[in-house]
Design a protein around this ligand. Sequence first.
Ligand SMILES: [Zn+2]
Length: 475
Amino acid sequence: MDFYTYLVSRLIFPLQETLKRHQTLKVRRGLEATQWWDPDRLEALRIERLRALLVEAGTHVPYYQRCFERTGFNPSSLRSVADLCRLPTLSKADIRANADALRHTHAARLTRSSTGGSSGEPLSFLIGSERVSHDVAAKWRATRWFDVDIGDPEIVLWGSPIELGTQDRLRLLRDKLMRSRLLSAFDMSDSNLDRYVETIRRQRPRMLFGYPYSMTHLAQHAQRRGVALNDLGIKVAFVTSESLYPQQREIIQQVFGCVVANGYGGRDAGFIAHECPSGGLHITAEDIIVETLDVNGHPVANGQAGEVTITHLATRDYPFIRYRTGDIAVLDDRQCSCGRGLPMLREVQGRTNDLLIAADGSSMPCKAFTFLLREIPGIDSFKVIQESVARTRIVLVTSAAYDPISEQGLIDGFRRRLGREVRIDIEYAAALAVEKTGKFRYVLSKVDRDSLGGLPLGAKPAQTESLALPAVCST
Ligand SMILES: [Zn+2]
């Protein structure tokens, strides 16, 4: 660690957090110890924290006072994490309808956060400083798994309007202090990409952070220009917010000469899981209980796909208890070779917007479709847009190797998955546009799941934007 990083990570950042009344440093130190605990000891900690959260909610949060009364649930009787299933789940619609009743009666200094702005109605909710501290600390811990600390030079390729909108002077100054440089994922024109490549060469970041698509796009641009970026000492590229495909991992790894670490989380759900250097996708188990539920709300077995439902243990001020994310994932019961006792996700199959809804109401993960497209030669890039249950558009950017005769096979493949009567339109474009938020989605469904009701696996909740904390110090 160089002296400047030492100064920032030990002094400047902790000071900033203290001024904001966050407990980030203390929480991170705690997390660095508990990650090595054996699963039984970790479980005991979780039960204790869960019970404390529920007792507090039952005493001071009107929504949960009513909920416990109605269900006859006694929080102090909780003996295991599995007892959670005696409580109802919390949907986005529930939060919207009970925005004030979810607030702790003594909560102070709450800040408003929102998610899902790119499609559908955004979800607005409140977060307390306890939660911010825990989410930032969890992320900080994950960067340190790769020998990267706050204060190390960082390039953030991000495009959320929230981040760009708050680029006031103070923030720019702070980013400069932290040696964090934001490059907009909004505008990925060739001239901007040239500038980004040049900035990266000059800044010699120790870590990169961004969406898989944007980072791959930038890597491919550098490749085309013949500019080397693998000699800068970049340790790790953190990607989040979209599905990471193996080809993307390969390209990023190769071009930047670093490992790629996948993260999974959201503003709403928190910092759910992060990949370790051994490749295990570890859950932030001290703070977040992940359940995977079937269509009837019952837990599925480890190894089976289910809807990610989280209970965030640091949400005393505005509890997220059994919050349904709409994402589909598979829990793992193996232990990681790195030795950390933190449980793992085997896979995140589809984030809400990656899922398409078939005519019979079932949810199909994007992999079911991207697989078809990747089989066809000459498709450079694609985008699948489900306009309605009855109609899906496929936009293709093709090269000379593409044969339009493939169209019928593609349509048939999509129909086999979505339904015989579904209309599939294939369109061609010279290039694909990035979403308004700067994110790129290969697969986007505009179907309002809330209005469908009673759908199988993962289909019921409204859209979520799996937006992780943009940078370690950006909360
Ligand atoms: Zn591990």
